[in-house]
Design a protein around this ligand. Structure first.
Ligand SMILES: [Zn+2]
Ligand SMILES: [Zn+2]
Length: 174
């Protein structure tokens, strides 16, 4: 039974109990493949860390659709799925390490600091990132700071919270 990609880490001492893909990220990936709507019957990530893990596994398994669907809906049309696909394919992924999880950074925001490892000719390297997430209708979404948004600081936030952008997701997207 294949291990879930999100449970593999280059440092063996960091490995917790091995978990099969089917018991870890697969149900989340399958739910989005089958049903694109935010149906309450589909499994959904109950924390930003859970979502972060499923997104890492989706990169490893080249499920670009999952990456798109778990980004905040207002940014989804601005993502280039082909770009995501080729980046996922060209990267020789080596493992994931969650460094910290702040589940309640603010009313509807959370952050996860992680290292995503990959092999290169010069050895194993890591993307070290602090990612931000927003909860909309009981579902977590990734806030992508690399997507240029044409929204002013005083406009209502793209997440639909009703707050001004600058007081809500704007702080995590600049
Ligand atoms: Zn997993
Ligand atoms: Zn917001």
């Amino acid at each position: 039974m294949p291990l879930c990609p999100c449970r593999v880490s280059p440092s063996l001492s960091l490995l917790t109990t091995p978990i099969a893909y089917s018991d870890c990220c697969q149900p989340y990936h399958d739910a989005v493949d089958v049903n694109h709507s935010a149906d309450s019957n589909t499994p959904k990530a109950d924390s930003a860390e859970r979502l972060m893990r499923t997104r890492y596994s989706a990169f490893v398994l080249q499920k670009a659709g999952y990456i798109v669907k778990t980004t905040v809906p207002a940014q989804q049309p601005l993502l280039d799925i082909k770009d995501i696909e080729s980046w996922a394919q060209e990267t020789d992924w080596a493992g994931l390490q969650i460094l910290s999880h702040t589940p309640k950074l603010a009313k509807r925001h959370a952050q996860v600091e992680f290292k995503a490892y990959y092999h290169t000719a010069e050895g194993t390297k890591a993307h070290h990132e602090l990612s931000s997430f927003v909860k909309i209708a009981e579902r977590w979404y990734f806030l992508d700071p690399t997507v240029a948004m044409t929204i002013s600081q005083k406009q209502p936030c793209l997440c639909g919270s009703g707050e001004k952008f600058k007081r809500c997701c704007g702080g995590y997207l600049s």
